[in-house]
Ligand binder design. Structure first.
Ligand SMILES: Nc1ncnc2c1ncn2[C@@H]1O[C@H](COP(=O)(O)OP(=O)(O)OP(=O)(O)O)[C@@H](O)[C@H]1O
Ligand SMILES: C[C@H](N)[C@H](N)CCCCCC(=O)O
Ligand SMILES: [Mg+2]
Length: 222
């Protein structure tokens, strides 16, 4: 299986946006691509069952036919930490099952884009976290850095956690998820201290255009 595990410095920093940009950019290279959201907390009840907007966005930017459950096997109603949302739903998130589903999807495509939930150490269940899933997947990690004050510390902590597990930090993406100006020195400092290349910087946009953003993504640096 080839692909990337997309993590972030926090929830709401632009992991889904960046995952869609990766899917688009890789598809433009003629590759078969699929997104995978193993666990989604915060779902709408629909006639077809619980649906999460991240998983639906990943499906929309994939270029192979995908059924919802294969992209998002754990769809949890509550918009809270996934292990707690699972507990409230009377479910237990099983890492080997999540891994097996990833492999099944990964076998169908050239690149699988796996989006975590929240940051790298967010728990999956009472024992394990998304970091354990990333480790089991053995995919290179991309870190999405939400460009606000505090990002330097969050980014460096996450990079350290990724490397400590023996995983490859393939690159990072700076994303201005909020309308406030990017604090002076944030990008420059991360440029010198992050142990991986910056693949893109996305400015804050009224209505982000995935294909425009994909043009700015330096896949050649991976
Ligand atoms: N560069 C940007 N310009 C404008 N809006 C943005 C930008 N990046 C992200 N957003 C918006 O910010 C919100 C959070 O982004 P996104 O959903 O990608 O975060 P996330 O890291 O995937 O969050 P989660 O942890 O919930 O999965 C979304 O509404 C998204 O459209
Ligand atoms: C609901 C939200 N949008 C995400 N899907 C889950 C974020 C979990 C964060 C947990 C934490 O670090 O406190
Ligand atoms: Mg998301």
């Amino acid at each position: 299986m080839q692909g990337y595990f997309i993590t972030g410095t926090d929830t709401g920093v632009g992991k889904t946006l960046t995952s869609c940009v990766f899917l688009h950019a890789l598809a433009q290279q003629g590759l078969r691509v699929a997104g995978y959201k193993p666990v989604a907390s915060g779902c709408e009840q629909t006639a077809e069952g619980l649906r999460n907007e991240d998983a639906l966005a990943l499906i929309a930017h994939s270029n192979v036919p995908l059924d919802y459950a294969s992209v998002n096997p754990y769809a949890l109603a509550e918009p809270i930490a996934p292990h707690w949302a699972a507990r409230l739903a009377g479910k237990d998130i099983d890492l080997p099952f999540s891994l097996h589903q990833a492999q099944a999807l990964g076998d169908r495509v050239d690149r699988l884009i796996v989006e975590g939930a929240g940051g790298f150490l967010v728990p999956l269940n009472e024992r394990e976290s998304f970091a354990d899933l990333a480790e089991a997947l053995q995919l290179p990690v991309i870190l999405v850095v939400g460009l606000r004050l505090g990002a330097i510390n969050h980014a460096l902590l996450t990079a350290e956690a990724v490397l400590r597990r023996g995983l490859t930090l393939a690159g990072w993406v700076g994303n201005a998820a909020w309308p406030e100006p990017i604090p002076a020195g944030t990008i420059e400092t991360l440029e010198t201290r992050m142990p991986a290349p910056r693949l893109a910087t996305f400015s804050h946009q009224y209505d982000p255009d995935i294909s425009n953003l994909a043009e700015a993504l330096r896949l050649d640096m991976l």
